[in-house]
Design a protein around this ligand. Structure first.
Ligand code: MLT
Ligand code: MN
Ligand code: ZN
Length: 310
């Protein structure tokens, strides 16, 4: 199975359109110590020919244009056979609107995400005006063979699992009332993916609670691509950019007791790569202390265009 990171940034990317933080300023000026990053997405292929897109970011058009294997086929046609969503966040879904010409590829997502995109964003009804929309709802704990719009198998198998992160911010009736609807029921999914019975790759770009269920999924994998949004719990607060903590935004921080680095240290074996990295995160300085600490822990920092074969 081939895995290619299309976008390694979180919502906003690096640099973010309205951000004057040191990292965004340096990236905008071409500083070699930081890389530009588009928003959160990757693509996966069993045969190197047809690809399954994981999350459709607002940058999907430039990501496709920068990725030779995703170039159009024939007068009208794309090797993108299907789109799999981890949640209904704007950085993971807005790109569906970009894929409207000719009808969006089949969409695999949880029932919670289908509901968010239908009643919250109204994105699915809007897309329906441009062509048929096929949503294939997946349940945590199941096993799914991903098929293209003609019903042909792509060779990619998915095992979705529920992770605690957060409900989409535009669904206030979900996100403000955790007693009524808890976010472990499928607001965010992680995926174990494989080509047939081949090596497994785990994709979890957003996770707030690092639990035994997640540990179990990662333990059996060849590689994990995991949430690297924030280095520390109060990163945006300390920067003066927001009043929200990492946890409040649905993300466990990398560093500190019980953070993602600690958690991964307890899981020897798989290759470990962070994705969905926010533009505030000091690990983006390639010559910085935070980057050195990650490297010492055996964790790689994903980048746009990074390709793995599993
Ligand atoms: C998040 O996952 O919390 C988002 O990347 C935030 C955003 O889209 O701005
Ligand atoms: Mn995000
Ligand atoms: Zn910034």
């Amino acid at each position: 199975m081939l895995v290619r990171i299309l976008g390694s940034g979180a919502g906003g990317g690096v640099p973010q359109w309205n951000c004057g933080c040191a990292l965004c300023v340096a990236t905008r000026s071409g500083d070699p110590r930081v890389r530009p990053r588009t928003q959160s997405s990757l693509c996966v292929s069993a045969d190197g020919d047809r690809w399954v897109l994981f999350n459709a970011s607002p940058d999907v058009r430039s990501q496709i244009n920068a990725t030779e294997p995703l170039a159009p086929r024939g007068l009208r046609g794309s090797p993108i056979a299907a789109v799999v969503l981890t949640n209904g966040d704007i950085d993971h879904c807005a790109g569906l609107l970009v894929l409207r010409e000719g009808g969006v590829p089949p969409i695999y997502c949880s029932e919670r995400t289908r509901e968010a995109l239908t009643d919250g964003l109204r994105l699915l009804p809007a897309l329906g005006a441009y062509g048929p929309v096929s949503v294939r709802v997946v349940a945590p704990g199941s096993s799914i063979d991903v098929h293209d719009r003609e019903g042909l198998p792509t060779g990619i198998t998915l095992h979705p699992f529920a992770v605690a992160s957060k409900a989409p911010p535009y669904m206030p009736f979900i996100s403000d009332d955790r007693a009524r609807r808890d976010d472990l029921a499928g607001d965010t999914l992680g995926y174990v993916m494989a080509a047939g019975n081949g090596p497994r790759v785990v994709y979890v770009p957003g996770v707030r609670v690092l639990d035994d269920a997640l540990r179990l999924q990662i333990s059996g994998a060849a590689c994990v691509l995991i949430d690297g949004t924030f280095a520390t719990e109060d990163e945006l607060i300390a920067l003066g950019a927001s009043t929200k903590s990492a946890q409040a935004m649905g993300h466990a921080p990398l560093f500190g007791a019980g953070g993602i680095v600690d958690f991964l240290n307890g899981i020897p074996g798989p290759r470990k790569i962070i994705v969905h990295i926010n533009n505030s995160n000091p690990v983006l300085w390639e010559d910085g202390d935070a980057r050195r600490a990650l490297t010492a822990a055996g964790i790689e920092v994903g980048y746009d265009g990074m390709t793995l074969s599993a």
